[in-house]
Design a protein around this ligand. Structure first.
Ligand SMILES: C[S@@+](CC[C@H](N)C(=O)[O-])C[C@H]1O[C@@H](n2cnc3c(N)ncnc32)[C@H](O)[C@@H]1O
Length: 380
């Protein structure tokens, strides 16, 4: 049993939902813990109604570590733009754009590379607009903000690239386990003043279909996560692209790699004050929850909508292939003091570390552009 620490109002809301409807799927629990308006981990950040919270310090994604990240992605976009015969405008959609840091880096770097390039950049994020920080100091009017993917995919917008960094690993997931030759779902229940795990038959047949489609061979005790939101999201993404590329950067791996991790309880994890922990049912609304992305599923679902894999690699190899060393050298030379230079040098190395951000995976999927291949990915 876990003590129900966290935002009291959110704990109470979860408790009363369990009281009304019975144990919650983990998908529902995670959705509320991260995104419940005004209370969830992402939904309360910087919300003036809540007062500035300090949770935003918890995690550091690549664009927050160093702006060279966005500068190098801009180089990949430049390669794509040329492969597409330099369309005007060049339309980019970023999913889960967070506070807009990556958007600002990319817009600035593309403007440096091609001052005449007419870029239209759409940033999509479901967190409150008050958390949007970076856009104001980016090039005015160059970034348009959207609250959800469905909204933008209903327009006639045609994107040349849909990119994301750590978007898919923040999507709510169902938890399942294989016991006594049967599939069980791990629900969240309330007992004796705390949230507890509760096993019961799956809430949705689609969980069983998912494992069948993945051809997963499950062993006793196997526990894993399934994101049933993926099919809808991939469908929306594919609708946005007539000719172009989906570029996904995230923690995760192909099914085989994830299957190994899932032998020991899955990949779901909480992140609080710079430390990973397994207490996913505590500090509700005050800690991040994340699980590894199943890149095999992204590839499989993409193919159903005309998105063909166009390279899969690690962040380290991706950034190195985009000429990180020489871009870094230029950026370091521009730092005004030795301390800043050292700080920058350290941050850039963080992006490449094989036991850190360098191990994130990068996947490209193309539609109507068979000549495109992801920088740093080996051709099969
Ligand atoms: C781990 S953060 C990454 C933020 C940013 N990409 C970065 O690299 O710093 C995940 C982001 O995805 C957003 N998000 C999650 N689900 C979403 C959805 N369905 N539509 C749009 N944004 C979503 C969250 O609000 C959050 O800002």
């Amino acid at each position: 049993m876990n003590a129900p620490t966290g935002r009291p109002e959110l704990v109470e809301r979860l408790r009363s939902e369990i009281g009304r409807h019975g144990p919650l799927t983990f998908d529902r629990f995670m959705d509320m813990a991260l995104y419940e308006p005004g209370l969830g981990y992402y939904a309360a950040r910087g919300d003036s109604a809540m007062g500035q919270t300090d949770t935003w310090l918890d995690f550091q994604t690549s664009p927050q570590v160093h702006s060279i990240f966005g500068t190098l992605i801009a180089r990949q976009l430049e390669i794509l733009w040329i492969a597409l015969n330099c369309p005007e405008p060049f339309v980019v959609v970023e999913l889960g754009a967070g506070d807009g840091e990556l958007a600002s880096q990319i817009v600035r770097a593309l403007a440096d590379l091609h001052p005449d390039l007419c870029l239209v950049y759409h940033a999509v994020d479901r967190r409150p607009r008050s958390t949007w920080q970076a856009a104001p100091d980016a090039i005015p009017g160059s970034i348009q903000r959207w609250d959800d993917l469905e909204q933008i995919s209903r327009t006639n917008l045609s994107a040349h690239c849909v990119l994301s960094n750590e978007f898919f690993d923040a999507l709510p997931v169902h938890r399942v386990t294989w016991l006594d030759g049967k599939l069980w779902e791990v629900y969240v229940d309330w007992s004796n003043h705390g949230f507890v795990e509760h096993l019961a038959p799956p809430s949705n047949e689609k969980l069983i279909d998912w494992l069948a489609a993945a051809e997963a061979s499950l062993t006793e005790g196997w526990t894993g996560e399934i994101c049933l939101r993926l099919p809808g999201i991939i469908e929306h993404i594919a609708r946005l692209i007539n000719r172009g590329v989906v570029l996904t950067i995230d923690y995760g791996g192909e099914a085989e790699e994830l299957h190994d991790l899932s032998r020991n309880g899955g990949t779901l994890i909480a992140y609080h004050r710079h430390h990973w922990n397994d207490d996913v049912l505590t500090r509700i609304g005050e800690q991040d929850l994340t699980s590894h992305v199943d890149f095999s599923a992204l590839m499989r679902l993409g193919l159903c909508h005309g998105l063909t894999p166009a390279g899969f690699t690690t962040q380290r190899d991706f950034l190195l292939a985009l000429d990180l060393p020489s871009v870094a050298q230029r950026m370091l030379a521009e730092e005004l003091t030795a301390a800043k230079r050292w700080q920058s040098h350290f941050a850039i190395n963080e992006l490449l570390r094989q036991d850190g951000l360098g191990r994130l995976k990068v996947l490209a999927q193309q539609k109507g552009l068979p000549t495109f291949w992801l920088s740093g990915a080996r051709r099969q």
